[in-house]
Design a protein around this ligand. Structure first.
Ligand SMILES: Nc1ncnc2c1ncn2[C@@H]1O[C@H](COP(=O)(O)OP(=O)(O)O)[C@@H](O)[C@H]1O
Ligand SMILES: [Mg+2]
Length: 294
């Protein structure tokens, strides 16, 4: 297959398509290149993990994906449409209806109970009240909070608050769910339960899922592919397929071990690439995957 034909197919099929995306902050004289030449395609319904050292630009990339921030270079097409050409209203619409976000902090409204927190974004989408409430209650129940729906955030544990935040992100039926280290503050048992629940709901609803995580077992548990980022500037240095049998309940199954090992190696390599090369030596841009489509 020639390269052009493959690219054409990929662009047509991808929910998310980035080409040469860069982000540079300019503060006075100083320009900080946070992202450089990021090209990637994410197919509708695909589950992708992003891993990389702290400071490698993962959150910056997520904010660009969710149209909360704009790149300073490159093109972002969402379902084939160039985001840079969208009006302010169209962008607001996208942020509200197309994307669901969950961050490490839960950002719940203290004065509203769980159901009201989940309903809130759907209020702005103009969904009738009964439907909003039914959907909120269904999601909370599915996320194990059927008996906590009238609790305020301060009456809920951290894990329960994050379940509310997840239900809220799903209440607008997003096409793309963006999770930025969503479970980092939670204990191991809660994390595993949430990984399983979120994956199951996303599969059922046909949602495209992008998760930033520091935790390699979490990337393997949640995603079918992992993008590995290196720093200075932030860029994608590897795309690692995750091939595991999801029906196998034995978490120590051989395929899971193999996937975790591959990802660990890729991550360690990305850290090796991070340290600034001595000026005399050209930056390691000749590495085969840098700047390529992944
Ligand atoms: N407004 C800004 N001006 C300059 N640098 C910034 C700004 N915002 C973020 N950065 C830098 O961008 C880099 C990537 O940040 P971030 O995307 O939060 O990384 P990660 O999520 O991988 O930890 C960091 O080095 C950070 O200091
Ligand atoms: Mg971050």
């Amino acid at each position: 297959m020639n390269v052009l034909a493959r690219d054409t197919v990929a662009v047509a099929a991808a929910a998310v398509s980035l080409r040469g995306i860069g982000k540079t902050y300019v503060n006075g004289e100083l320009a900080v290149e946070v992202l450089k030449d990021i090209s990637l395609d994410i197919a509708p319904g695909e589950f992708v993990a992003i891993i990389g050292q702290s400071g490698s630009g993962k959150s910056t990339l997520m904010n660009i994906l969710g149209c909360l921030d704009q790149p300073t270079a490159g093109t972002y097409r969402l379902n084939g449409i160039d985001v840079a050409e969208m009006s302010r209203d169209e962008l607001a619409h996208l942020r509200r209806d197309t994307f669901g976000f969950v961050f490490q902090s839960y950002n719940l409204i203290a004065t509203l109970d769980a159901t009201e927190n989940v309903e809130l974004p759907a209020t702005y989408s103009g969904l009738p009240k009964d439907e909003r409430r039914d959907r909120a209650e269904e999601l909370l129940t599915r996320l194990g909070l059927g008996d906590r729906m009238e609790h305020k955030p301060n009456q809920l544990s951290g894990g329960q608050q994050q379940r509310v935040a997840l239900a809220r992100s799903l209440a607008v039926q997003p096409e793309v769910l963006l999770l930025d280290e969503p479970f980092s503050a939670l204990d191991a048992v809660t994390r595993r339960a949430l990984q399983r629940d979120v994956r199951r709901i996303a599969v059922e609803y046909g949602i495209t899922l992008v998760i930033v995580t520091h935790d390699i077992p979490e990337a393997v548990a949640m995603a079918d592919r992992a993008l590995v980022m290196a720093s200075d500037p932030g860029r994608i240095v590897e795309s690692v397929p995750i091939e595991v049998n999801r029906n196998d309940r034995d978490r120590r199954a051989a395929d899971t071990q193999v996937a975790q090992g591959r990802l660990q190696t890729a991550f360690e390599n990305s850290v090796g690439r991070t340290t600034a090369a001595p000026p005399a030596r050209p930056a390691q841009d000749s590495l085969k995957i840098v700047g390529g489509h992944v």
